[in-house]
Ligand binder design. Structure first.
Ligand SMILES: [Zn+2]
Length: 246
């Protein structure tokens, strides 16, 4: 059976899983086979990251010059490709990887993505591949925009990605706070998933905090099992639940 992707993960769990502290948002090839980025679309997030819901593409903004006492506000100067001594910044490394890939010299860089959804609360968004990059003028200065496509994952992992897209971040944060970061059935704070109470086929398409709750993996799974056995004829409902726990 494929590894199940946890949808919610604490920072401590990220550190444990990746076996390192992540100090920065952009971490090119920090692991031997992939890069890691931390991102957020929260209000007040430092960069303008953005999900394209139709395609699942993540548009990720490059990072600013480090803030220094005697230099201009980093938000008004171009995002740097190189450091003062001429080596590539993280922007530069990701940008160069895209150029190599587009020239056919390498495969697209695999990138593990973690999304911050609230203080101390992260979502494991799974693996992406870095397919494009732009250095564009945003009206005030030049910034990097990176484009990451969800990797074609084994079927068992894909629906999770769908689930995290269909429940808006603002709803997740509200639910997380209301349920106090615990499974509403057993109180566990491990392996949590957002559970969408009313299936789409039953009119649950408008997602509000009222029809979303936190469940641990065990209760999320037992729920899908139950639906399968009680109502095998509700194929679409059953597959909805099974997929969502993937
Ligand atoms: Zn539980």
């Amino acid at each position: 059976m494929a590894v199940r992707y946890k949808s919610i993960i604490s920072y401590a769990e990220i550190v444990k899983r990746e076996d390192m502290m992540l100090q920065k948002g952009m971490n090119f090839r920090i692991k031997s086979t992939y890069s890691i980025i931390l991102m957020s679309v929260r209000k007040g997030a430092p960069y303008r990251d953005k999900w394209h819901d139709e395609t699942g593409i993540l548009e990720y903004e490059g990072h600013d010059e480090l803030r220094r006492k005697d230099s201009a506000n980093p938000k008004v100067i171009d995002q740097p490709m190189c450091t003062a001594n001429g080596s590539l910044t993280e922007n530069g490394k990701f940008y160069e990887a895209v150029q190599k890939h587009k020239a056919g010299h390498s495969k697209a860089e695999p990138v593990q993505v973690y999304e911050k959804i609230a203080q101390g609360v992260w979502c494991d968004r799974g693996r992406y591949e870095l397919i494009d990059a732009k250095f564009i003028h945003d009206g005030a200065r030049n910034v990097f925009r990176f484009f990451l496509k969800p990797m074609s994952l084994p079927l068992s992992r894909q629906p999770y990605l769908r689930e995290t897209r269909v429940i808006p971040t603002i709803v997740k944060v509200e639910v997380w706070k209301r349920d106090q970061g615990k499974c509403v059935i057993c109180g566990s704070d491990k392996n949590l998933h957002f559970d969408h109470d009313i299936p789409y086929s039953k009119g649950g398409s408008s997602i509000t905090a009222q029809n979303v709750r936190l469940l641990c993996a065990k209760h999320n799974l037992s729920k899908s099992d139950k639906i399968m056995s009680v109502a095998p004829w509700l194929t679409s409902v059953a597959s909805f639940f099974i997929h969502r726990t993937g």
